[in-house]
Design a protein around this ligand. Structure first.
Ligand code: URA
Ligand code: SF4
Length: 210
């Protein structure tokens, strides 16, 4: 089975993890992507923000949530009273998965499979062990499935403080939609509603942190 496990170092520091993850070949996604996009932020961050996988710009720049979805997320975080600079930001899958309609055309995001999420899971587990966040914010269905399993439904779980044992540690979590889903709204009205929903869920996270 695909797995990042053989690539995870014994030394559990963010620096050691990042360096080792750069060479991960635990699943086929490393082949077409530019680079591993490891999590960013401090080991003592109080909150972990968990996305799906890097997008086009993240793949080029090597940092999570630096593209359009990241800008929207930063705005929503601030509106909810959470400082983006105080968060450790990462993704369930560390390589960009994409298709191209035609050669040399724009790269189109493709959702990772459960196998790929499972393969990449050891990196997330290691990040959790180092950061030990007080709260995890799951951004979208993939983030939820990565921690809760494939039956996770963001529509059912969002906006409530959840408690669950993950990798042997009791965690507090809040689920919300993925910021990209706000960007994909069909019209302005739908977009505004989706954005307000995201902010409302993030306020639950802000309150839980106190
Ligand atoms: N979407 C994600 O889920 N993660 C990123 O880092 C960027 C976009
Ligand atoms: Fe390794 Fe994850 Fe990249 Fe697959 S997606 S190669 S498991 S870092």
């Amino acid at each position: 089975a695909y797995s990042a496990e053989p690539f995870v170092p014994e030394e559990l520091t963010l620096g050691a993890l990042r360096e080792a993850a750069a060479g991960c070949r635990g699943c086929p996604l490393h082949r077409d992507a530019t680079q591993t996009v490891f999590g960013a932020g401090d080991a003592d961050a109080r909150v972990m923000l968990l996305g799906e996988q890097p997008g086009d710009q993240e793949d080029r720049l090597g940092r999570p949530f630096v593209g359009p979805a990241g800008r929207l997320l930063d705005r929503a975080l601030e509106e909810a009273g959470l400082d983006p600079a105080d968060a450790y930001v990462t993704n369930a899958v560390k390589h960009f998965k994409f298709t191209r309609a035609e050669p040399r055309k724009r790269r189109i995001h493709k959702a990772p499979t459960l196998r790929e999420m499972t393969a990449c899971g050891p990196w997330l587990a290691a990040e959790l062990a180092v950061v030990e966040p007080e709260l995890i914010v799951m951004l979208g269905a993939t983030a939820g499935k990565a921690l809760f399993g494939s039956s996770f439904r963001v529509g059912e779980a969002r906006g409530a403080l959840l408690e669950r044992e993950i990798h042997g540690r009791p965690e507090k979590l809040v689920a919300t939609v993925h910021p990209s889903s706000v960007l994909r709204a069909r019209d302005e009205e739908e977009r505004a509603a989706a954005y307000e929903g995201l902010v409302a869920d993030l306020k639950v996270a802000a309150e839980a942190l106190g």
